[in-house]
Design a protein around this ligand. Structure first.
Ligand code: UT7
Length: 338
């Protein structure tokens, strides 16, 4: 059986930066409130002429460059996104075309902020099963396109960006050790962006298509309730995955969490007994980039030269749905930079 090793990493952030002070001019908020309640100081915002697939393609190119491979080496492409370019075709097929690839399967994953964690579980399972040798997995989001910019309780939280990993099946043990995934749709109304539906009758028109000019519904969240469930479920899932692999909390070298709120991250780190200097933290600069946050946080650790072969990485995410999960990775990539 093959093991899925991460052999390339890349990420992309759009040029435009929006600070908390910029937001102070848009809604009734303050830099202090945002920093204290979320840990966020700034976020990147996609340019008007860019879309999710542009960011995804750039992150993917960087991951391929990092692996020293080109698109012809890829056997499957998955894009985790909540903000696809179009309802269809899948953003992954658009990314494939932008990368100059042909023929291999390409599809999207929708598990909101848990999309990358879900995608890594799927990619790993398919590599183990011998379906593919190399899978390019991207998390890419233009969250600014589905934010209600008049709602201070949500618009301060999100940012745009993309992160990618190239996975390769190899006989040697290590790489992705396993994953645990969960969902509970009874919580679906606590965090949502109602999708536009085709009008059911000639009387149901524009309003059903949501609030903004693009006709896409905006994010709605009961933040405090989401927060409480997130802290509980993330605490449970990190224990569950460690138990499954007969590993102890002390064995974890790095926590690579979804970057929604520094307080949620701190709570999970505390439960693991990990000091914050063993935790990937990008929320301050990126905000919540949904499915892009885990691969971008991982790439940031990698580019900073912090990762060593043999280290144990615990990735986790919590998302609307609710959908949540975790992956364990035994770092095996050679040639870390930094
Ligand atoms: O990525 C998927 C998962 N998402 C998450 O995990 C997000 C989870 N939730 C959170 O991170 C936090 O709940 C928030 C950051 C969204 C909110 O923090 P909170 O400590 O839960 O605050 P709250 O919602 O209980 O609101 C506290 C107060 C309220 O005022 P009152 O009712 O106490 O007078 C809000 O109206 O803060 C007010 N408030 C704001 N004030 C200034 C809410 N948003 C803002 C704002 N600026 N932007």
């Amino acid at each position: 059986m093959k093991h899925s090793h991460i052999v390339g990493l890349g990420s992309y952030l759009p040029e435009r930066v929006m600070t908390n002070h910029d937001l102070e001019r848009m809604v009734d908020t303050s830099d202090t409130w945002i920093r204290e309640r979320t840990g966020i100081e700034r976020r990147h915002i996609i340019a008007e002429d860019q879309c999710t697939s542009d960011m995804a393609a750039e992150a993917a190119r960087r991951a391929l460059d990092d692996a020293g491979l080109d698109i012809s080496a890829v056997d499957a492409l998955m894009v985790a996104t909540t903000t696809p370019d179009k309802i269809f075709p899948a953003t992954a097929t658009i990314v494939q075309a932008k990368l100059g690839g042909h023929g291999f399967p390409a599809w999207d994953i929708q598990a909101v902020c848990s999309g990358f964690v879900y995608g890594l579980a799927q990619a790993d399972a398919m590599i183990r099963a011998g379906l593919f040798r190399r899978v390019l997995l991207v998390g890419a989001e233009a969250m600014s396109r589905i934010v209600d910019w008049s709602d201070r309780s949500t618009c301060v939280l999100f940012g745009d960006g993309a992160g990618a990993v190239l996975l390769e099946g190899r006989a040697q043990p290590g790489g992705v050790l396993g994953s645990v995934l969960h969902a509970d749709g009874s919580y679906r109304d606590l965090l949502k962006a109602d999708h536009p539906h085709p009008p059911a009758s000639p009387d149901r028109k524009a309003l059903d298509f949501g609030r903004d000019a693009a006709g896409i519904a905006a994010i709605e969240m009961r933040g405090n309730e989401v927060f409480r469930v997130a802290v509980t479920k993330l605490g449970e899932v990190v224990n569950e995955i460690l138990q499954q692999h007969q590993l102890r909390k002390e064995d974890v070298d790095w926590l690579v969490p979804h970057q929604a709120n520094i307080r949620i991250i701190q709570a999970t780190a505390k439960k693991l007994g990990l000091s914050m200097d063993r935790v990937a933290q990008t929320v301050r600069e990126h905000g919540n980039t949904s499915s892009a946050s885990v691969p971008m946080a991982l790439d940031a650790l990698y580019r900073a030269g912090r990762l060593r072969q043999g280290q144990l990485l615990l990735l986790e995410a919590f998302a609307g749905g609710f959908a949540w999960g975790a992956n364990l990775v035994r770092w095996s990539k050679q040639g870390e930079t930094g």
